[in-house]
Design a protein around this ligand. Sequence first.
Ligand SMILES: *Cc1c(COP(=O)(O)O)cnc(C)c1O
Length: 409
Amino acid sequence: MKVPFHRVDTSGNELRYLQEVLESGWLTTAGRCFDFEKSFAKATGARFGIAVNSCTAALHLACEALGVTRGSEVLVPTLTFTSTAEIVEYLGGRVRLVDVDPTTGLLTPALVESALESHPSISCVMPVHFAGRPCHMRGPAGDPGIVDICAARGVAVVEDAAHAFPARHADGSMVGSAIGSAATCFSFYANKTITTGEGGMVTTDDEELAERMRRMRLHGIDRPAWDRHRRGGTSWEYDVVAAGFKYNLSDLAAAVGLAQLERVEESREARARLADRYRDRLAPLDSTFRLPLGTDVESHHAWHLFVAHLRKSSGIDRSRFIEAMTEREIGTSVHYKPLHRMSHWSRSCLDDGGHEPRDLREEFPAAEAWYEGCVPLPLYPSMKDSEFDAVCAAVEESVHACRQPVRRP
Ligand SMILES: *Cc1c(COP(=O)(O)O)cnc(C)c1O
């Protein structure tokens, strides 16, 4: 690939901090992890950060702590990665998929309200801040957000913020702060805005919730090894107070995370500048592409993804377009094939008792349109001018190539 879809940036203190951990002789969860939790909580304005080994683990812990259990119904947008939904089934709950807003790909208060009307047994809602653009979570008065609607009905909210670090809500507070919801989950997977290789974080302001998640991330043990180690004395003594999980983050991973955090704001600004440049440069292709909206204030968007959309009226087939881009050695990707198109989730959608067989594509028209047209373009701070130009030239050429009639043998 001339321009890969993503390139990891470890140009800061990553190596130095890793070496310090290696030399310290304590590789698993301890001081570096707690430093990372504190710094991350500070960066999002949350009281507590609980570091875990993936965002999937964070989502699982948050839903468990908020009481999702056997028989619970949980609302999940169909335009997301399978993690958001699968953890509901870990807990014995049932996933209700819902369509998204056609322009932003986000869950909206209106969509949540109508889903809660039709399915009053839903006890938890999981908004996904897709591409790094935050969902509308809270007021002002007269314009209730997802949390306002859920709070009025006693429904819990867990945010999937795997794409949204760092991002801000419309009132200026960070995604991850308590303005959003009780628990917000972040991903440090290799292609996310910051990475620890594999890793995740859940933020909350609720002390009891934090304590439950902290305990459950390490086997339900009341006094973890690092604590016993620190206090000395009867260091072997501990109790298991619940059947927990093995979700803790190592100090090795946290060391990388701390180095990544140091550059997080400059890296967000670099992505936002690239997003602006794409919008300027591709504006002449307006009849072919719909480009992603910014937010009122640009600093509100994390710009994890820049998803251009082929307009239906362009007559260009998305798969053919991606082939043309690949021929020109430009990395693209599809975010996402909606969950209702996956065999497991489609079965679970259809298995709701007594309905005639039906076409799920008609049930999720916005996510379908999103999927059919989406062309995410490379967007990362280390992108050079020459690479940016190569992507834009390839887009122009590919549009041209796809307009040619297909030659048949
Ligand atoms: C990447 C991603 C996840 C999962 O993150 P992991 O850290 O790999 O578990 C969950 N939700 C969304 C929307 C994602 O993009």
